[in-house]
Design a protein around this ligand. Sequence first.
Ligand SMILES: Cc1cc2nc3c(=O)[nH]c(=O)nc-3n(C[C@H](O)[C@H](O)[C@H](O)COP(=O)(O)OP(=O)(O)OC[C@H]3O[C@@H](n4cnc5c(N)ncnc54)[C@H](O)[C@@H]3O)c2cc1C
Length: 450
Amino acid sequence: VDREHAAREVAAAAGDDAVVPARELDRYAPDSSGAPSARPLAAVRPLDASGVARVLAAASRLRVPVVPAGGRSGLAGGANADGASVVLSLDRLDRIGAVETGNLRLTAGAGARTCDVQAAALAAGLFYPPDPASLDRSTIGGNVATNAGGPRCFKYGVTAEYVLALEAVTADGRIFRTGAATRKNTAGPRLAQLLVGSEGTLAVITEATLRLVAAPAARLAATARFDSLERAGAAVAAVVASGLVPSAIELLDRTCLELIGLSGDAMLLLEVDGPDAARVRADLEALARGLRDAGADALATASDPGAVDELWRARRGLSDAFAAAAPDHLFQDICVPAAAVPDALRGIAVIAARHGLAVPVFGHAGDGNLHSTVLYDAAAGEADAAQAAEADVLRLALELGGTIAAEHGVGLLKRPFLARAVDPVALELMRAVKAALDPNGILNPGKVLP
Ligand SMILES: Cc1cc2nc3c(=O)[nH]c(=O)nc-3n(C[C@H](O)[C@H](O)[C@H](O)COP(=O)(O)OP(=O)(O)OC[C@H]3O[C@@H](n4cnc5c(N)ncnc54)[C@H](O)[C@@H]3O)c2cc1C
């Protein structure tokens, strides 16, 4: 009862009208990962940074755990509540400031949706490239907190590369700004970058000043089909090694193709963009030559923008399609060096066969970022095999010089594996940073650090 009373006091610190009614609390328990979650004690949706600051000051004083949340599209369980926490939803901090065309930047509230930030930039003739497939749900705060990627990141880089400055709130409720709105800044260590990928464990982000680039005037898409997944992987490695930089190289295996209503063994979905149409066409032709040399047995250039949009929509629905395709699934987000993509694909197939489970793969292959997904049925007694298969896939990624978490973060799901993935001294330093920034351990406890 004391805990409940304290949680209510924390939520009410942002004003009674910011407190989520009890009947709606269940909605604030899970993200999109399927990781364990429970109805929080309370949830609050402050209107501005000072409301966030009051909530955190109260939480620190009363030692109530706070779970920051944006669009709840996360795939690692980072925004998942437990029965002892208060969810701090940033969704109402969604103001998008005017695009500063002369300075190639804009400032957006943490709760602004990624697609709305992209649309604001485009309306001013500029481009905000990071494009998580969840962009119609995810928020800029969540993107920064997970260092989100997406298909276009092969050419343009991930969210971290677009963060110039942040406004954030410390665990004890102090609002601060860090970074600079300039292209260059060496005034002290890069504290803003420390918050990138910190998954709500170090501070709560309330606003981000983001770098923009010129919008590409031309864009062409193509598909390349292969008679084996490994051959498609080898083609990816060859394209990357050739120095060609398409704006996307997405890989889909047989199961993924079936899930979006297509057939075949493996397909690459490619996109090339740039400032002028002739150049983009020439780049696509060079890419097509490279893919044919690497064994593509069917290549189609999609000239109809409607058909291209349709293919991308289907591709973006894949993570949700997996959730529906089997009673249970374990979704991975590994990243290996591009040259190791064929080895990774071969290794995943061996692991799947060893455990007798389906492990379909899709992903941002140009980055070496593979979303292999272990499909299983816990009711049929397959849970242990599925967990063993997941551990094998993560071990494989590390053996190939890669990482267990590329763009979704660690959250709850990858937490048991973090100690294997990072240097022990580095892990100790991560703990020291956490203790310095959140001495009472109220910010998203139980996430990320083992
Ligand atoms: C269908 C689908 C496709 C996806 N595709 C991609 C993809 O292509 N690339 C990719 O990178 N991701 C992808 N994701 C994962 C997810 O969308 C990203 O991780 C996204 O960045 C999460 O944003 P969010 O606002 O929903 O954050 P949430 O899920 O609400 O939170 C994510 C984490 O950030 C923390 N957090 C949220 N807001 C703040 C804040 N303001 N301050 C501090 N911490 C905060 C939370 O505590 C949590 O740890 C996909 C998800 C789905 C469901």
